[in-house]
Ligand binder design. Structure first.
Ligand code: KIV
Ligand code: ZN
Length: 516
């Protein structure tokens, strides 16, 4: 069985998704979960983008022990030096260099001819090898690059000392047979190709990222780059869980396997969704809420008779198991702890106590506390940004023929209680205006999403917001049985993150990714 290396770029290309802005702690948390998932390589960020990015890559490099940690660099000495600085302390550091090679990029973006592209990339790879034993080179927009020039670029990269050559379909333009043919052609024509690993990096603009990655494997790719839940620039990247499960489920067809711990897929997907604020669509392959739901009577009947009639993957394979313990207000601390372990949360004493108090609170309002509710409670507090502000109380007066009025009381980190009243176009607007006044923060609400965590009238509501201020955007989340309280908590959470983010002057000026 051929081994396929998994290069995860959730923290770099994934973080380029609109509205996603992870802080250092969140990046480390995701990286540690990726390590548990068993990915081989973790691209932690783009250190030259800002001092904040450099520090975050360094924190990941120091935390991760069982995967190679990678930093991205343009083909410039300064970028390479920034990655070298950021990867200090990494067990297995690697540099990812890129330079565009397609005619469109050469003419309009780089204003370089083919010779200049070859010379610039070669000089960068040789310079990079002074700092790193492992250097991956990506000819950006390889999909739209002339095939003979791509062979020339790849041969140059091998000669200059690259250890991996990655073929990006940067704009998601390729079809599976075209993309597969690139790998076949490189394998057959490039001198020294056996000395390096070939890698595929696909985008999903035409919905073909996973199909293209699999076609690359069939034609000689040994590494697949992608993200959890397929998040990423524009329509996103290849979804790692889809590739891993396709190889697992169709082993006899592909004859290839990843080293992923498949039972960690579901937990990883949830963590990435929570921390990025990017909700996984219900019909998303492998990790969507409906991926294992059987609605039609005929399908249900088939499932009851023999699961394999309609199920090609069992939910347990990806770590999605419904636990048998039903929790309610009479459940004790011991049962709660068992439930947490059952759901895969190995918390310390203090965290269990905090979670148990929240569970008891919820059990007073909700008869049966479902697994989904417990996951939401735990995940709400997964990463604690310093709470400069926290919600004490809210009170809202609403009538469909009167102006909604909200009163909020907010506790501050230094022991003050701030109280403000505001009118608004609706209840949430009134609450947000009152919070703005109380915290004296001027922010713009860029996005507001609400969803119910489980079914029923007493279900928990989960709110995600994105706030922006002076070019920084952050997300916040809040959970409560009351959607107005969840809305207030999400907004205050985002304000706390904004304050935290402001402490990093680099991140304020960071123009997400100017890959020129
Ligand atoms: O899509 C792309 O071309 C990239 C490169 C930086 C590899 O993300
Ligand atoms: Zn990309």
């Amino acid at each position: 069985m051929k081994k396929i290396y998994i290069f995860d770029t959730t923290l770099r290309d994934g973080e380029q998704s609109p509205g996603v802005n992870l802080n250092t702690q969140e990046k480390v948390e995701i990286a540690l979960q990726l390590e548990k998932l068993g990915v081989d390589r973790i691209e932690a960020g783009f250190p030259a983008a800002s001092p904040g990015d450099l520090a975050a890559v360094n924190a990941v490099a120091r935390a991760v022990k069982n995967a190679s940690v990678i930093g991205l660099a343009r083909s410039r000495e300064k970028d390479i030096e920034a990655v070298s600085e950021a990867l200090k302390g990494a067990q297995d550091p690697c540099l990812h260099l890129f330079l565009a090679t397609s005619p469109i990029h050469r003419q309009y973006k780089l204003r370089m001819d083919k010779q200049q592209v070859l010379e610039t990339a070669e000089a960068a790879i040789r310079y990079a090898r002074k700092f790193f034993d492992k250097v991956e080179f990506s000819p950006e927009d390889a999909g739209r690059t002339e095939l003979d020039f791509l062979c020339e670029v790849t041969e140059m990269a091998v000669r200059a000392g690259a250890t991996v050559v990655n073929i990006p379909d940067t704009v998601g333009y390729m079809t599976p047979s075209e993309f597969g043919n690139i790998f076949k052609t490189l394998r057959e024509n490039v001198k020294g190709i056996e000395k390096i690993q070939l890698s595929a990096h696909c985008h999903d603009d035409l919905g073909m990222a996973t199909a293209n990655a699999l076609a690359a494997i069939e034609n000689g790719a040994e590494q697949i780059e992608g993200t959890i839940n397929g998040i990423g620039e524009r329509a996103g990247n290849t979804s790692i869980e889809e590739v891993a499960m396709a190889l697992e489920t169709r082993q006899s067809y592909y004859g290839a396997k990843t080293s992923l711990v498949l039972s960690e897929i579901y937990r990883t997907s949830r963590l990435v969704s929570k921390l990025t604020g990017m909700v996984v669509p219900g019909n998303k392959a492998i990790v969507g809420a409906n991926a294992f739901a059987h609605e039609s009577g005929i399908h249900q009947d088939g499932m009851l008779k023999e699961k394999t009639t309609y199920e090609i993957i069992s939910p347990e394979t990806i770590g999605l198991k419904e636990s048998k313990l039903v929790m309610g207000k009479h459940s004790g601390r011991h049962a709660f702890r068992e439930k947490l372990l059952d759901l895969g949360y190995d918390l310390n004493e203090e965290q269990v106590n905090e979670a148990f108090a929240k569970f008891k609170d919820l059990a007073d309002k909700k008869k049966n506390v479902l697994d989904e509710d417990i996951r939401a409670l735990i995940e709400e507090k997964l990463i604690t940004t310093p709470e400069v502000f926290s919600l004490n109380t809210i009170q809202v007066a609403y009538g469909n023929h009167s102006v909604p009025t909200a009163t909020v009381r907010i506790d501050t980190i230094d022991g003050k209680v701030l109280e403000e009243v505001a009118l608004g176009n609706g209840s949430v607007d009134a609450i947000y205006k009152a919070i703005d006044k109380a915290t004296s923060e001027e922010v713009e609400l860029e996005d507001y999403k609400i969803k119910s965590v489980s079914q029923g009238r007493d279900a928990l509501g989960e709110v995600h917001v994105i706030l922006a201020q002076d070019g920084i955007s952050v997300q916040g989340r809040g959970v409560s049985t009351d959607i107005l309280e969840a809305s207030a908590k999400a907004y205050i959470d985002a304000i706390n993150r904004l304050i935290d983010k402001r402490k990093d002057p680099g991140s304020a000026r960071r123009d997400k990714m100017s890959l020129i």
